[in-house]
Write a protein that binds this ligand. Sequence first.
Ligand code: ADP
Ligand code: MG
Length: 896
Amino acid sequence: MADADAECNIKVLCRFRPLNKSEIIRGDKFIPIFQGEDTVIFGGKSYVFDQVFPTNTTQEQVYNVSAKEIVKDVLRGYNGTIFAYGQTSSGKTHTMEGSLHDPKGMGIIPRISGDIFEHIFAMDENLEFHIKVSYFEIYMDKIRDLLDAQINECTCVSFTKGCTERFVTSSEEVMDVIDEGKANRHVAVTNMNEHSSRSHSIFLINIKQEHVETEQKLCGKLYLVDLAGSEKVSKTGAEGALLDEAKNINKSLSALGNVISALAEGRKSHVPYRDSKMTRILQDSLGGNCRTTMFICCSPSSYNDVETKSTLMFGQRAKTIRNTVSVNLELTAEQWKKKYEKEKLTREDVVLEHLTPGSKDAPPVPAVPEEPLLDICSPCSPCSLASSVVVHISKEERQKYEEEIRKLYKQLDDKDDEINHQSQMVEKLKEQMLDQEELLASSRGDSEKVQSELSRLQKENESAKAEVKEVLQALEELAVNYDQRSLEVEEKSVQNKLLAEELAKKMTHLLALEVELSHIQELSSHQRKRIAEILNGMMKDLGEFSTIVGNRDIKLITGVIEEEFTVARLYISKIKSEVKSMVKRCRHLENLQMECHRKMEETGRELSSCHLLIAQHEAKIRSLVEYMQNVELKKRNLEDSYDSLSEELAKLQAQELNIYSDSKVKEALEQQMESHQEAHSKQLGHLRDEINEKQKIIGELTDCNQKQQLELEQLHLDFERLRMQEHHKSRFLHERHEQSKQDLKGLEETVARELHSLHNLRKLFVRDLSTRVRKSAGLEPDDSGGYITQRQKISFLESNLEQLTKVHKQLVRDNADLRCELPKLEKRLRYTADRVKALEGALKEAKEGAMKDRHHYQQEVERIKDVMRARNPFRRPHAAQIGNTCSSPTDSVVSK
Ligand code: ADP
Ligand code: MG
C-alpha cells in the first residue's frame, strides 16, 4: 500500500500507416490531415487523441511515447496493457511486433523485452526478479496456448491459468519465446494472414520482485494485445463457417466495444466483462487496476474511409474510460501471519493459497477475485515462488480440498456462463428498450404533427364557413343582376324587331330596283337589235349600190366615188367593232347584275333564319319573365306571411307579458314559434335552391344573349359589306352609262359625218349625171332609154338615203330617251344611300337609349335594395337567429 490509488484515463494513441503499393497503384486518395501532435482531420471531422502518429513516425518514436513509461510502471508494481485496434492491415502487428529482429523495425513487444532487462540491471541489487511470459491467442472465443507444441485449447477453467508460463531471464529468451509461439501459430493454420485477422493474440509478461532483506513483494503484469481486424462482416463477404468465424470476431470485438461504452458512460456496476473471454481476461485493463494504452491503427486510403471512421470513433469512446490504478503489493510473511490470524478470527473460510509454481496439474486460482483482500495480487499468486504462509495439512485433506476447489471452479465457470448469458440478455433488452424509446419519441412527434394538422384543418374550416357566407351574398347580388339582364334582353329583342323590319323594307326596295334594271336591259337589247338590223340593211344597200355603180362603168368619176366608198366602208367597219364592244360590255353588266341578285337572295335567307332565332329567344325571354314574376309573387307572399307572423309574435309576446305566470301557455307559444321558425328556415332553403336554379338559367340566358349580340353584329357587318358592294356596283353602272353615252355620241357624230358625206356625194353624183344627160341629149338625143334607167336608180338611192336618215333620227331619239332615264336612276341610287344612312342613325339612337334605360334600371334596383335592407331589421326581429346561416348579422346592424 505504498502508492495511493490514482485515477487515470485510458491513453489512446492513433497511428496512420502510409499508403501501400496496391493503394498507390489503384490511385486511392490520402485522406487524413494531421494538425498538431494530437489531432487528425479525417473526412472533414477532427478527432483528438493523446497523440496522433503520422505515417512517417518511426517505431522508436512510437515506443518512446507509448510504452516506455508503462515498462517503468510495471516494474513499480502496476498492471499495464497495450492494445492495438484497427481493421486488417492497418498496422496492428507492425506496431506491436514489427520485424522482430531488426533493431530499427522492431515493434513494441521486442523493445519492451529489451527495456525491462535494462531497467532491472540498473535497479537495487537486493531485489529479486521472477519474470514469466505467456503467449496465447483467442480464436472463436476459445483460448489457445501458443507455447504448447500441440496447440491445445486451454482446459483451464479460469481463463489463462492453464496456459504455459515460461520463466525468462534475458531479452533473448523473451524473443525466443515469441519466435516459438509464432512458429507454433504458423504450424496450426494454413493461411496466416487470414488467421491473424480473425484472432486476438495476447503476449503476457508477468514480473515479480522481492526485496531480499525486507521481503517486500511487488508484482506487475503487462498485457500486449494484438486484436483481430475490426472490419465488418459485410465487407469481407464471408459465408458459412467463415461467417460464423467473422460473427465471433465481431462478437468479441463488439463485447469489447460494449465494455468500453459502458465504462465511457460511467456505469461501472454493469460492465459486461463476461460477454467474451477476451473482455474477461482484460477486465483489469479496462476500467480496472491498470495503466492502459490503446493504439488506434488506421489506413489513410479513401478506399477504407468507412472502416477508418468507425475505428476513430471507437478510439474517441475509449478515451473517456477511467482506470483506477494501484500498486500490487504482496505482504511479507510477517504481515501475512498477522493478517491471517485476524481473518481467522472473523471468518471461517480462509483464502487458501495454493502454491505450486510451474505445475500444470495444480488447480489454478481465480484470475480476478471478486473481492480482493487488501490489494493482494492474487493473479500473481500461482506464480509466486516463495510461499509466505505454509499451512500444514494431510494428503487426504489436501485431496479433499483439491476436489472441492475443482468443484467450486466448475460451479464458478457455470455461473460465469450463466452470467454471460444473462448479461447478453440484458444487453439485448437494453437495445430493445432504446428502440422502444425511439419509437415512442417518433410517435410523440407524429401525434404533435397530427394535432397541428388538426388545428390547421379547424382554421381552414372556419375560413370555408366565411367563404360560404360571402358566396351567399354574392348569390343575392346575382339574382338582382338577373333581373337587369332579362330587361336588357327584352330591349334587345325590340331593337332586333325594328332592324328586321327595316331590312325587309330595304329588300322590297332592292327588288323594285332590280325590276327597273331588267326593264332597262330589255330596252337596251331591243335597241341594239334595231341598230343591228338597220346597219345590216344599210350594208346591203351599199353593196347593191356598189354593184350598180361598178356595172355602169362610168369612168369619169369612178375614181373619186371609189375613194369615197372605201372611206365609208372603213367607217362602217369601225362602227361595227364599236357596236361589238358595246354588246360585250352589256353582257358583262348583265353578269354583274346576276351576281348581285344572287347575293341579295343569300342575305335574305340569312336574315330570315336570324328572324326565326330572334323569335325563339323572344319567346324564351317572355316565359322566363313570367316565371320571374311568379317567383316575385311568391316572395312577396312569403314576406307578407312573415310580416303577419311577426305581428302575431309581437301580440303573443304582449300576451306573454300579461300572462307571465302561465308557463304552459308560454311553452306552447315557444313551441309554436319554433315550428314557425322551422317552416321559415325550410322556406328559406327552398328559396335559396330556386335562386341557384335561376342563377343557372341566367347564366344560360346571358350566354344566349351574347350569342345573339354576336350574330347581330355579324349581320350588321354583312349588311355594311352588302351596302358597300351595292354602292360600288351602282358607281360602276354609272360609269358604264357615261361611257356608253359618250360612245353613242361618237357614233352619232360619225354617222352624221358619213351621212353628210353621202349627201354631198349624192349631190355631186346627181349633178354629174344631169350634166352628162344634158350633154348626151345634145349629142345623142335618141339615147332616151338609158336616161330613164338612170333616173330610176337615182330615185332608188334617194329612197335609201331617206331610210338611212330615218334610222339616224330614231337612234338620236333613243339616245335622248336613255339620257332622260339616267338622272332618274341616279336619283334612286342617291335615295337608297340616304335611307341607309338614316337607318344607321336610328340604330345608334336605339342603342344609346337602351344603355340609358339599363343604367336607369340599375339605379332603380340599387334603390330598391337599399329600401329592402332598411326595412329588414324592423320587419324581422329574429333575422339574426336564422341569418346565422344565410346572411351576416352585420348587415342588419349597418343598414340601420
Ligand atoms: P494488421 O496487423 O493490422 O493486419 P499489419 O501490421 O500486418 O496490419 O500491416 C500490414 C502491412 O502494412 C504490413 O506489410 C506492414 O509492414 C505495413 N505497415 C503497417 N504499418 C506501417 C507503418 N507505420 N509504416 C510502414 N509500413 C507499415
Ligand atoms: Mg496483424
